[in-house]
Design a binder for this molecule. Structure first.
Ligand code: GUN
Length: 291
C-alpha cells in the first residue's frame, strides 16, 4: 500500500509556481493577485481561506481577503464581485462556499467573470470542462487529477466509482476521470444518496473517490483488494485530545481500508493540500491569460 502524499505533491506544485512567478516579476510583469471572499464565521471555511491566503504568500502571489459578517446583503456581495471583475489588478476571485441561506449561491457564482473564476464553478467554465475545452477546473477534482498524475497511476480502462454528486467535487470528478487522457479514460459510475446497492458497486471499483461528507463512511468490506482510494472528506468531529478541540475525519475508515489498497490518500495531508495547489495553478493561469 502506498500513500498518496498530497502535502509532498502540493509542495512541488507550489515550488514550480514560485519559480514561474519570480521569472514573471523579473520580466517586469505583475504577480498574480487572488481576491478571497469569506462570509460569516464557519470554522472550516476560515481554515480553508486562511490556507489559501498563506499559499499565495508562500509563492509570491498577492492576495486580498474580504471578510464580512453573515448578515451581509446579497446585493452588497454582488456589488463587490462587480468591482473585483473590473479591477485590473485582480486575476482570480474566490467566494468561499457555503454561503448564508439568504444569499443565492448560484447568483454569486454566475456574477464572477469566467476569466477570473479560478474556482471553476461558473457555468461557462463547467460547460467547457465537460466538452474537454480549455477552462478553469474546480480545484478539488483538478487537485486529485494532479495527484494521480504525479504518482503515474495508469487509470486507463479502470472502473472509477465516485461517491457524491456535488458541483464542487463529485460531478466534475466523474467527467474528468471519463475524459480521454491519463489520468482519465476510466469507466465511471457516479453514486449518491439515492443509489441502491452502493456496497456492491464499490466492490467493483478499481478507483473510489469518496466525496459524500460522512466521516469514516467507506469501510473495508466495501473495497476490493488492490483498489485506489481517494478520500475527499473533511468533517470536523469533537476531539478533546486535540488542542483545537476537533479532529479532521475523512469519508474513509482509513485504518481498516488502507491495508486493502494499492494507493490511498490520507486525511489530513491528501486531497486538502492538492485543492490549494490546484487553486494556485488556476490563479497563475488566470494571470498569464490576461498578460
Ligand atoms: N467550499 C468547499 N470547497 C470549496 C472550494 O473549492 N471553493 C470554494 N470557493 N468554496 C468551497
Amino acid at each position: 500500500m502506498k500513500i498518496l502524499d498530497g502535502l509532498l505533491v502540493s509542495k512541488s506544485t507550489k515550488d514550480e509556481l514560485k519559480i514561474k512567478v519570480a521569472q514573471q516579476v523579473a520580466e517586469g510583469k505583475k504577480s498574480p493577485h487572488l481576491a478571497a471572499v469569506l462570509i460569516g464565521n464557519d470554522g472550516g471555511s476560515e481554515t480553508y481561506v486562511a490556507a489559501k491566503v498563506k499559499a499565495c504568500n508562500e509563492i509570491g502571489f498577492k492576495s486580498t481577503l474580504y471578510r464580512f459578517d453573515a448578515d451581509i446583503s446579497e446585493n452588497k456581495l454582488l456589488n463587490l464581485i462587480e468591482e473585483l471583475n473590473t479591477d485590473e489588478d485582480i486575476d482570480g476571485i474566490l467566494v468561499q462556499l457555503p454561503l448564508p441561506k439568504h444569499i443565492e449561491e448560484q447568483k454569486v457564482i454566475d456574477a464572477i467573470h469566467p476569466s477570473k473564476d479560478v474556482d471553476g464553478f461558473h457555468p461557462e467554465n463547467v460547460g467547457k470542462m465537460v466538452q474537454g475545452l480549455d477552462s478553469f477546473v474546480a480545484a478539488t477534482p483538478h487537485g486529485i487529477m494532479l495527484l494521480l498524475a504525479h504518482y503515474k497511476i495508469d487509470t486507463k480502462g479502470k472502473h472509477a466509482v465516485v461517491i457524491g454528486r456535488s458541483n464542487i467535487v463529485g460531478r466534475p470528478m466523474s467527467i474528468l476521470l471519463s475524459q480521454p487522457g491519463n489520468p482519465g479514460n476510466c469507466t465511471v459510475t457516479i453514486t449518491h444518496s439515492q443509489t441502491v446497492n452502493l456496497k456492491e458497486i464499490c466492490l467493483q471499483a478499481d478507483i473510489i473517490v469518496a466525496a459524500l461528507g460522512k466521516p469514516e463512511f467507506l469501510k473495508a468490506d466495501m473495497v476490493k483488494e488492490g483498489a485506489i482510494v481517494i478520500d475527499v472528506g473533511t468533517t470536523r468531529v469533537p476531539d478533546a485530545s486535540k488542542k483545537s478541540g476537533f479532529a479532521l475525519k475523512g469519508d474513509v475508515l482509513f485504518a481498516e481500508v488502507a491495508p486493502k489498497c494499492s494507493y490511498i490518500s490520507p486525511v489530513p495531508g491528501g486531497v486538502g493540500p492538492m485543492t490549494i495547489a490546484a487553486l494556485m495553478n488556476n490563479t497563475f493561469k488566470a494571470c498569464r491569460q490576461k498578460l
